[in-house]
Ligand binder design. Sequence first.
Ligand code: C5P
Length: 417
Amino acid sequence: MSTNLGAGRPPRRIIVGVGAGIAVYKVPAVVRHFVKAGDSVRVMPTEASLNFVGKATWQALSGAPAHTGVFDEEAGVDHVEAARGADLIVIAPATADLIARIHAGLAGDLLTTTVLASTAPVLLVPAMHTAMWNNPATKHNVEQLRARGIHILEPVSGDLSSGDKGAGRMPEPEAIWQRAEEILAAGQNGPVRDLEGVKAFVTAGGTREPIDPVRFVGNHSSGRQGAAIAQALVERGAEVTLFSANVDDRLIPAGVRVVETPSALQMHQAVLEAAPEHDMGFFVAAVADFRPAKTATKKVKKSAANEDGWSLEMVRNPDILAETAKAFPGLLCVGFAAETGSDEEILEFGRAKARSKGAKYIAINRVGGGLGFGTLDNQVVVVDGEGNEVLSTSGSKLEVARAIVALASGHSETQNR
Ligand code: C5P
């Protein structure tokens, strides 16, 4: 075919990454589609994929060198440029190994280095045996990549090269380029990267106030909302530190620096120390208002109680948000408040908190009725420091986090009420 589908528009820069799977035989048709459309195509095969289709084929089809390693001739200098300039990266077939490497942010070859260095939309087209596709490790990696904004064209069910039948088969080339064209047409350049160079911290989880070496006073906060805020910040390019109060490591997104701050006093000290180096602070942790006046060095025995019971003297904890906002007026502070009550009551509590804490924004989270602590869905109203309602949003914790981070970075994408 000689039709130039792209006549009249500048060539798009497409990177086609090729993994080592038998489905690679379908990929030349994808490359040809873009070449015929007048686009500039660079094929980046993994070394192992050359066992299926060699460099000569890719170079002949794309008219460009098909390097595998960062240190290949010329490639050492131009991969960052290729990554920066790309309009789309299509990876087909995306093997379980390649998916895991991209998920982990590894950069051991030219393709993974390019993915890591690029802000272009990425379309992954997984293909593998059903057992590998259904393995929890692959499922987890795919889920996480999807949450990071990477497009996934799911494998279809059918005959596999092993002779088995099941999900894992790569879709046909037409389906791949159609999806690629949709992504290009939507002009989706992935999440807005407007926080590059910005340093943000997030407090997350629930503090544990030690009574003795084995007991503490704690709360039910899971740290999910804080972890979601950290993820939304990373997606927009921020450098993120998470002050974790007992957050399960599995909830924390890749690319986030974690500082363990299990109690209010530890968090207080760490946040105040770090604040001057940061541009934004998100105070999502449920910090205990009080802590035991004394922490016993040895386990408190039952014999410490009298007949009526045992009482514990509690003293006030510092308010980390209020202190930080006051001490560092240049830091953009976003606080969170979990409230119960009617809509009006909740808003009123939040407004009072916004004024008293000196934060730029307070996100008021309705708890109870299946929303809030430990649950997946959230309903949040955001008020500014004067108590004006500026955003109302609901959805998964990640959706809510994205809306709040967008607002904080001056790009509210969610409907203002
Ligand atoms: O006063 P309240 O605990 O409802 O305020 C919640 C907000 O203040 C949250 O952003 C929370 O992380 C922050 N906070 C804090 N230090 C405290 C108590 C709350 O940073 N001691």
